[in-house]
Design a protein around this ligand. Structure first.
Ligand SMILES: [Cu+2]
Length: 126
C-alpha cells in the first residue's frame, strides 16, 4: 500500500512537471509570435524607387509589408518569392512574410524595367 502511494505521488509529480513544461513552452511560443506580429513595415513605391520605413529587423520572424503606390503608374512589391498584386496609383496592398533565417533579402518591382530603373533594394534580417 505504502509503495503504491509513493509510486502514485511520483506519477503525479511527473505529470505536474510535464504540464508545467508544456505551459512554459506554449507561453514562449505565444510571446514570440506576439512580438513577431508587431512588425509592420511601410513601403512606399513610385517612379522609380522604394522607400521602406525600416530596411532591417533584428531577428527572424513575421513581417507585414504595407505597400502603397505613390507613383503614377502600376507597381508591385516582391520579396522572398512572394509579391503583392499589381496596384494602381493611390492603392495599398499587404504582404505578410515569415523570414526564417538571418539573411539579406532583395526586393523589387516586377514590372518590366522598373527594378533596373531603381525599384529595388535589399532588406536585412540580422
Ligand atoms: Cu514598378
Amino acid at each position: 500500500m505504502r509503495t503504491l502511494t509513493i509510486r502514485s505521488l511520483f506519477a503525479l509529480a511527473a505529470v505536474a512537471i510535464a504540464s508545467l513544461a508544456l505551459v512554459q513552452f506554449a507561453s514562449a511560443r505565444a510571446s514570440r509570435s506576439g512580438a513577431a506580429a508587431a512588425t509592420t513595415i511601410q513601403v512606399k513605391g513610385g517612379e522609380f524607387f522604394f522607400r521602406l520605413s525600416t530596411k532591417s529587423i533584428s531577428r527572424p520572424g513575421k513581417v507585414t509589408f504595407v505597400f502603397k503606390n505613390i507613383g503614377h503608374v502600376q507597381h508591385d512589391f516582391k520579396i522572398n518569392g512572394k509579391k503583392t498584386p499589381l496596384i494602381s496609383p493611390g492603392q495599398t496592398a499587404r504582404l505578410v512574410i515569415t523570414f526564417k533565417k538571418k539573411a539579406k533579402y532583395p526586393y523589387l518591382c516586377t514590372v518590366f524595367g522598373h527594378a533596373a530603373a531603381g525599384m529595388k533594394g535589399v532588406f536585412t534580417v540580422r
